[in-house]
Design a protein around this ligand. Structure first.
Ligand code: ZN
Length: 414
């Protein structure tokens, strides 16, 4: 009786149990994990620089001006002129950004052995994404410019509403119309694992129909799971790497975490918080872009902010703003991830399974970080913090908790 009521198991040392996990990542594996993730910090800066350079090239060589002129020759209505300008801008921007995309998305991933696709397969997926972008973005941009024409100074507020509607619709349709273009989604196979997951989900009124498995091993071998969709399309998807590379304890622990995202309505909250940051960004654009156009508009052939040729000017301001706002976006995500971690430990009751899964994510996320580093750059808690949280939960909830030292080689890719 007293043993069960005891809040911490005697003899179970949270710190020692945490270190036992962390020490299983050593040598070359740890160095590679650190280097890959730390390189990512620079990619934020260089990515913004690359985006600004592309927009500047489009302005400097008068392309934006020519796109709009072509639009004005073909169409009469401002909406259609903007649509065609935006279509050409999206297409040319994609081509000019291609070297950067190939380096970050293909070459670098291959260097760290994190991608299992041929270049042909990779570029094929990029082209599908481009086709989607061309179908959606020019329309969206044309709507934004219609709002700009209506209210050249106050458009940022209405524009934020348009972005919110757009994000909500995209979030809702993505799992049904977009994700299946890249991967095949199937039901979880029958068996004891499915029964256990379905039973856990049922405790939180999540129907088994809303749980999918997808074949991400065709892209890479990272373990992953996510909650996507909104309202009627909300669902949990586990990738096949998670199912094939890990133990039942890990799968159930990760599933518990995803149930947290699902039940805590993280998708909707995330859109709401993101909109606040985006709204501020549009306000900055509504003030900075006209200033840039007054200064350089003649040279670029851009008349004013209602002119769709101003699109790359808006792009430059937004690229710089979003780079500076990266820590804000990261913190929105990391707060939710912390909540989902806490939820998942209660739901799955598999602290060691969650600790093992957290260690496995070191393939692409540096396992230990200082507090400032985590605050600025981490979208999820560091592996160290996740393992410690798991061990603390174990100490608080498992009677006579015993320390488990993971076996040698469990992190090796299979
Ligand atoms: Zn998560």
């Amino acid at each position: 009786m007293f043993e069960i009521l005891a809040s911490a198991a005697p003899g179970f040392d949270v710190e020692a149990a945490t270190r036992a996990y962390l020490e299983t990542l050593q040598g070359a594996a740890r160095e590679s994990s650190d280097a890959y993730f730390e390189g990512g910090y620079w990619l934020i800066l260089f990515g913004a620089a690359a985006a600004v350079l592309v927009d500047w090239l489009i302005l400097r060589f008068g392309l934006a001006n020519r796109f709009r002129n072509l639009g004005e020759r073909v169409f009469k209505r401002p909406f259609a002129i903007t649509w065609l300008t935006a279509l050409l801008y999206t297409l040319v921007g994609w081509v000019l950004s291609l070297p950067w995309s190939i380096y970050t998305g293909f070459v670098r991933e291959k260097q760290y052995d994190l991608l299992d696709q041929s270049f042909g397969a990779w570029i094929g997926e990029s082209l599908i994404a481009l086709a989607l972008g061309l179908a959606v973005m020019p329309l969206f941009i044309a709507v934004i410019y219609a709002v700009i024409r209506k209210s050249p100074r106050g458009w940022w507020a209405w524009g934020t509403g348009v972005v919110g509607l757009f994000l909500a619709v995209m979030l809702m349709v993505a799992p049904v119309f977009i994700s299946p273009l890249f991967n095949t989604y199937t039901e979880l196979e029958d068996g004891p694992l499915r029964e256990r997951i379905v039973a856990m989900a049922a405790q939180y009124d999540v129907p088994a129909d809303n749980i999918y498995v997808f074949d991400q091993s065709k892209q890479h071998k990272r373990i992953s799971a996510n909650v996507s969709g909104l309202g009627p399309t909300i669902r949990i998807s586990l990738n096949d790497n998670l199912l094939e590379r890990t133990s039942e304890e890990e799968i159930v622990a990760v599933m518990g975490h995803e149930l947290g995202h699902y039940k805590l309505n993280h998708g909707l909250w995330r859109v709401t918080f993101m909109l606040t940051i985006i709204g501020l960004g549009l306000f900055v654009v509504s003030r900075a872009a006209p200033w840039l156009i007054r200064k350089y508009g003649d040279r670029w052939g851009v008349r004013d902010i209602t002119d769709p040729a101003s699109l790359p000017v808006l792009g430059i301001v937004l690229s710089v703003y979003f780079m500076l706002a990266t820590p804000a976006f990261n913190n929105i995500t990391r707060v939710q991830e912390n909540e989902a971690d806490a939820f998942g430990l209660e739901a799955a009751q598999e602290p060691d399974g969650f600790a093992r899964a957290a260690m496995r994510l070191s393939e692409y996320r540096k396992i230990e970080a200082g507090p400032v580093e985590e605050f600025l750059f981490y979208t999820h808690p560091s592996g160290e913090n996740r393992v410690r949280r798991s061990m603390q939960w174990k100490a608080d909830n498992v009677p006579n908790a015993a320390m488990i030292v993971p076996e040698e080689g469990y992190l090796d890719p299979q």
